[in-house]
Design a protein around this ligand. Sequence first.
Ligand SMILES: C[S@@+](CC[C@H](N)C(=O)[O-])C[C@H]1O[C@@H](n2cnc3c(N)ncnc32)[C@H](O)[C@@H]1O
Length: 133
Amino acid sequence: MSKKKLIHFKENLSFPFLFQCRYHELNTPFPLQGCWNEKFFANSNPIVLELGCGKGEYTVGLAKAYPDKNFIGMDIKGARLWRGCRTVKDENLGNVAFIRSLIDYIEYFFLKGKFLKYGLLFPTPSQTRKGSV
Ligand SMILES: C[S@@+](CC[C@H](N)C(=O)[O-])C[C@H]1O[C@@H](n2cnc3c(N)ncnc32)[C@H](O)[C@@H]1O
């Protein structure tokens, strides 16, 4: 692994809007499941979820264009998520969160029916388990 990647992974741990769980933690309830509005965004605005957000360009771009909505980007790649996280931090965006996880575990993080919209944009089929998304 490159030194740059290691630095980015370390910095990922410092972003309060990036959630990444270890597999053993999946046995305990995720504290924001079903209450992202109340416990994280602190507003009642609708939430838009982007699955496979990569570097978070759509998530961040939409969050800037629609400050009256909340946006969550989900991806398994920490190095890509770092890019989006840096922008959220640098631009002090309060309506964005990221989750580092396989999409397969979506139900650990969310309750069904709580989104305005969700999308799977330009996915990488080789990384997606068959039938999981
Ligand atoms: C081709 S990139 C597209 C990124 C972004 N949506 C865009 O359009 O720029 C696909 C992304 O989906 C993520 N991905 C694919 N399968 C996934 C899975 N099962 N769980 C989490 N992320 C996944 C990859 O890590 C990658 O960042």
